[in-house]
Design a protein around this ligand. Structure first.
Ligand code: SF4
Ligand code: SF4
Length: 352
């Protein structure tokens, strides 16, 4: 792998190619397999308990870290915007369980498992996925989807721009954004600056940490763990300029995969196929052709381009339903799992 030491901000953010992930929000079942795959690989160390570099939250909802969309950062009209640092409670590191009381103190059936605040033993007020499946809308037109997130490995990373020690850089060969742990001095300006709140401060090492796009796997031709382990075939991975890859076809050819909150100005490289939503109920309880998810809510996430993306998705789905052949639906279904990974399909246990 190559490190970049120092240089101007333009040097640090330059990349010849870009690896991207596409996540289909029509297929995610919220099983958290991606979350656990990442946790087991990268954040089992002291000080990382509150970190979920890969995470999945119910949308609409407060997300992870809590209210990340209200904590500022990013750019507006090219200018950096002020941001704030999520608390550990925002990241869900607020409680533990009374395992000793239940399992080891001889209390038999009289003790029951309950969460307790980590610091004072009190009742928790918030945790990871605290508002799971609450969602939005009014009965009978309630709706929600699972929103999987990770660092966006942005092309214009606000974290990189804000770092005073030049510790954050993009890899020239693949655009992965990394934080050099030797150069990081724990100022946390990157945490404030990232509008997605994808950086976490490790209070033990006193450095900032985030998703590394599994670069040790990628260098061996293995897709990132969160992408590879997904049981729903929700995720595709590869180089955006590889015209044979699913990511290129979804982002560039079909234009149905869109970045989250493009208005943040960081040019993110995680893309989402927007949810078409279940059909809604009309005033008399009849099933209509309208989605339960108001398109204005999706515009809040993806901007106005979501309208065209949804139109294409619905047209192609209809074509396939009527017995026609849709290349787009075939890509999204991914019958052959390897096709999703743009050549990064080596076995994690026996890499090429
Ligand atoms: S998502 Fe945040 S941490 Fe990741 S590259 Fe973009 S600005 Fe940096
Ligand atoms: S790419 Fe790797 S490090 Fe990043 S969220 Fe996925 S599993 Fe974690």
């Amino acid at each position: 792998m190559s490190y970049r030491i120092g240089g101007t901000k333009d040097d640090l953010r330059a990349a010849k190619r870009q690896l991207v992930t596409v996540i289909d929000l029509n297929k995610c079942i919220g099983c958290q397999t991606c979350t656990i795959a990442c946790k087991n690989l990268w954040t089992k160390r002291p000080g990382t308990e509150h970190m979920r570099w890969a995470n999945v939250s119910t949308w609409p909802g407060k997300g992870y870290p809590r209210d990340f969309e209200k904590k500022g950062g990013g750019f507006r009209d090219g200018q950096p915007q002020p941001g704030s640092i999520p608390t550990y409670e925002d990241s869900g590191d607020d409680f533990r369980f009374n395992h000793d009381e239940v399992f080891y103190d001889g209390n038999g059936q009289s003790a029951h498992l309950r969460p307790m605040r980590r610091l004072d033993g009190g009742t928790p007020r918030w945790g990871y996925n605290w508002d799971e499946d609450q969602g939005g809308g009014d009965w009978p037109n309630a709706f929600f989807v699972y929103l999987a997130r990770m660092c966006n490995h942005c092309s214009n990373p606000a974290c990189l721009a804000a770092c005073p020690t030049q510790a954050i850089y993009k890899r020239e060969q693949d655009g992965i954004v990394l934080i050099d742990q030797e150069r990081c001095k724990g100022h946390r300006h990157c945490v404030e600056a990232c509008p997605y709140k994808a950086i976490y401060f490790n209070p033990v090492s006193e450095t900032s940490e985030k998703c590394i796009l599994c670069f040790p796997r990628v260098e061996k031709g293995i897709a990132p763990a969160c992408n590879r382990q997904c049981p729903g075939r929700v995720r595709c991975f590869g180089y955006l300029d590889d015209e044979t890859s699913h990511v290129h076809r979804l982002v560039r050819q079909w234009s149905v995969a869109l970045p989250l909150h493009p208005e943040y100005g960081t040019e993110p490289n995680i893309y989402y196929v927007p949810p078409m939503g279940s059909r809604g109920f009309g005033a008399d309880g009849e099933i209509t052709d309208d989605s339960r998810i108001p398109v204005e809510r999706l515009e809040e996430l993806f901007g106005p381009r979501v309208n065209d993306a949804l139109k294409v998705l619905r047209q192609e789905r209809e074509k396939q339903r009527n017995g026609g052949k849709s290349e787009l639906m075939d890509i999204l279904i991914s019958n052959i799992w390897k096709d999703r990974f743009g050549g990064f399909d080596a076995d994690p246990l026996t890499p090429a």
